[in-house]
Design a protein around this ligand. Structure first.
Ligand SMILES: C[S@@+](CC[C@H](N)C(=O)[O-])C[C@H]1O[C@@H](n2cnc3c(N)ncnc32)[C@H](O)[C@@H]1O
Length: 230
């Protein structure tokens, strides 16, 4: 049974703000302890999600523990999806962020889990400036996909009216949260939109640029945050 403890609040007067803050801090500690003991426990994901959704925690609070421990998670994946391209999908160095948290069944019966550590929009991320040495940005690249298609489930789809502004904002956020001389790994597949329309959405210039995949349509582009970017 899914009991919503906070739904019983009508039975009691609302707790004072400092009591709520204290309670929220205790819950954070419990989640951190549970994560150490049992990283795959369902509550490790669902409690922070619940607390963020109900406005008790900012998304950034979910990461506060890492900052307290001295930034021991140096890689931000801004839109991790199901982490397909990660060697280790539970790499302890990664902060996994995406706009959605959901599970789907693929046509072959396998489950597709999109379970970010932080549910956040890459256009306005809840991280402080100059924080990460490495950022990974693999936004949706499809301009269209069937409503129920596995492509949509795996990769998401661009908004046909706002995609330029969305990707531009994503680049801007990536460079904001990157440390000076930090590395941005950007991936783009130009099945629908050529890379030539994407790179002008940032003022930064790539350091390394490699095409791969079917028809050379997938681009891996590496940027370094620094003064001399033109
Ligand atoms: C191409 S997929 C990423 C695939 C991932 N790199 C992998 O290895 O599985 C793009 C992801 O961007 C996410 N996304 C779309 N719009 C977003 C937004 N505004 N903020 C954060 N994530 C977003 C989608 O939910 C989708 O999971």
């Amino acid at each position: 049974m899914d009991i919503d403890l906070f739904e019983t609040s009508y039975l009691h007067p609302a707790p004072a703000a400092d009591a709520l803050e204290n309670l929220s801090m205790q819950i954070r500690r419990l989640v951190r302890a549970l994560k150490k003991a049992s990283p795959d426990h369902e509550l490790v994901r669902s409690v922070p999600e619940y607390m963020s959704r109900r406005g008790y925690w900012q998304a950034s609070d979910c990461l506060r523990g890492n900052n307290e421990r001295g930034n021991d998670r140096p890689i931000l994946d801004m839109c991790c999806g199901s982490r397909m391209f990660w060697f280790n999908k539970s790499d302890p160095r990664g902060v996994f962020s995406d706009i959605r948290s959901e599970t789907h069944e693929l046509c072959d019966g396998r489950a597709l889990h999109i379970r970010p550590d932080v549910v956040a929009d890459f256009r306005r991320m809840p991280f402080v400036n100059n924080q990460f040495p490495v950022v990974v940005f693999d936004p949706p690249h499809l301009a269209r996909a069937g409503e129920k298609s596995w492509m949509r489930k795996k990769y998401g789809v661009l908004d046909k009216n706002t995609w330029r502004d969305d990707i531009r904002a994503g680049f801007s956020e990536a460079f904001r949260v990157l440390r000076p001389h930090g590395v941005l790994i950007f991936k783009w597949n130009e099945t629908h939109i050529p890379i030539g329309q994407i790179l002008p959405l940032t003022d930064h210039h790539p350091v390394i640029w490699q095409r791969t995949g079917k028809g050379d349509r997938t681009h891996w582009v590496v940027f370094v945050k620094g003064e001399h970017h033109v």
